[in-house]
Design a protein around this ligand. Structure first.
Ligand SMILES: [Zn+2]
Length: 474
């Protein structure tokens, strides 16, 4: 049996791992988009290092695009096997993949326009070649037709050789770790993939559940070597402090860039808890991201996949997210008005790293006023506007114009969607109660962070595979 790491190897995006069973059955775990080098997007994602037709089964751990974003392309190139994931994962993937397709279309059109202009020819929209994307809507539909929903903790027998099950991973709604039990020569080998794990005590999602009796574990390592500054159990107090400081004391706007899936729902739920506890001041709260609005609906009708706190809250109040102070902005014109409105309020909008999306306009129009706060609630990669804001510059460039930074720029990790270093180490120990775990392969992290995490793992060998590297699993 062999595992080959085709993505998220010593980097975070592009998750894709190939497990080849003794019988020849080929199982792919995730098939995400690689965003590591934006300029090389097409080269890195258009073609696969194996024949898509040769894959028998695909497991989707969760809906994030760096895990699901290239599945329709795999389907386009001939993969026609089953796709297994939880029901919310497949539902969220539908929205996220359409959104990703729109972004591809816009970026490709902009690229073509630049090439045209640089050629010195007069721009003529009618003569532009058709924009090429990695896949079309048709392939998303085909992908969903090939999908099979599997609940957590239920065995799915694929063949005499292979049985698999999905387990709660936390992270976002429907996220799963996957446990493969493979029979060969009267022996069973158990291989686990964590997928992306969640932070302990996260809002809405359950805590990650370690898989048992593993011989091999392939694990994410995003926050290896890092410690979360705040405990997610303090989310309500942390949120209230920011709202009072900005909106009440200084009469300003609290602008929160947040990913549409996961982060936005955790923040709205936390503010809703403050409201129901009678602690929230009379401040309007706006959520302004079309994708977040769709995703919020998916969270709302999959309450049974959420944690006990969320289930109890739903039973008591009839809704996770609806409360009188919350206003949902769908229309683009309304979004523009909100952006220049001059009254204290909270605005939650995407994208989380402030690259594109409606949040960019909100930051542009509000960053110049000292009464406002921009609260960064997630990881911001280098080079993104979120990262530049956090670096403490007096001016930031937005839409090619320098803007003075007078607003308070703050960061919180109270809504982090990944475990920190110590939580990872504990997870590994709990995955190996009997000492059967022979090797942990670390993926989905940068090399330095992975190295720090590897040094802290006891009783098990740890490997940091490179892209394309294969290992025999016995
Ligand atoms: Zn993820």
């Amino acid at each position: 049996m062999k595992i080959t790491f085709w993505g998220a190897a010593r980097q975070v995006t592009g998750s894709m791992h190939l497990l080849e069973l003794p019988s020849g059955t080929r199982v792919l775990i995730d098939c995400g988009l690689d965003y590591e080098k934006r300029k090389e997007f097409e080269e890195r994602n258009a073609n696969f290092p194996f024949d898509p037709k040769s894959i028998d089964l695909l497991i989707l751990t969760h809906a994030h695009i760096d895990h699901s974003g290239n599945v329709p392309n795999l389907v386009r190139q001939g993969f026609n096997g089953k796709i297994v994931g939880t029901e919310p994962t497949l539902e969220l993937s539908d929205f996220l993949l359409h959104d990703s397709l729109n972004i591809q279309r816009m970026e490709m059109a902009a690229k073509q326009k630049t090439i045209w202009k640089n050629s010195g020819k007069k721009f003529n929209k009618g003569k532009m070649p058709k924009v090429q994307t990695l896949y079309t809507k048709k392939h998303i539909t085909e992908m969903l037709d090939q999908s099979v929903c599997l609940p957590y903790n239920v065995d799915y027998q694929y063949s005499d050789e292979l049985t698999l099950s999905l387990h709660e991973a936390g992270h976002i709604l429907g996220a799963a770790s996957v446990r493969f039990s493979i029979k060969h020569n009267n022996k069973t080998t158990v291989v686990g993939f964590t997928g992306d794990l969640g932070n302990a005590n996260s809002k809405l999602v359950p805590n990650p559940v370690p898989m048992k009796n593993l011989n091999y574990l392939i694990s994410e390592s995003t926050y290896g070597g890092r410690k979360h500054q705040s405990d997610s159990r303090n989310a309500e107090d942390a949120m209230l402090e920011e709202i009072i400081d900005t909106c009440v004391t200084r009469g300003g706007k609290l602008v929160i860039p947040a990913f549409s899936v996961g982060r936005t729902q955790a923040i709205i739920f936390t503010i809703h808890q403050l409201y129901r506890a009678g602690r929230l001041p009379e401040i309007p709260i706006f959520t302004d991201s079309p994708l977040a609005i769709k995703s919020t609906k998916v969270y709302q009708h999959n309450v049974e996949f959420l944690n006990e706190e969320a289930v109890e809250f739903q039973q008591k109040h009839g809704s996770l997210f609806d409360f009188p102070l919350l206003q949902v902005i769908e229309d683009e014109k309304e979004s523009e008005l909100l952006s220049v409105m001059n009254t204290p309020c909270v605005i939650i909008s995407a994208a989380g790293m402030v690259e594109g999306g409606r949040i960019q306009m909100h930051v542009r129009n509000n960053v110049g006023f000292s009464e406002n706060t921009i609260l960064i609630a997630g990881f911001c990669a280098e080079g993104t506007l979120g990262h530049r804001l956090l670096s403490g510059q007096d001016f930031v460039e937005i839409n090619r114009k320098p803007r003075p930074v007078h607003a308070k720029i703050k960061r919180t990790d109270v809504f982090s969607a990944h475990p920190d270093h110590q939580q990872m180490v504990t997870y590994f120990e709990e995955s190996n109660p009997k000492g059967d775990l022979k090797n942990i392969f670390l993926v989905h992290g940068d090399e330095t962070q992975m190295g720090i995490l590897a040094n802290d793992v006891k009783h098990t060998q740890v490997t940091l595979p490179e892209k394309g590297q294969s290992f025999e699993l016995n």
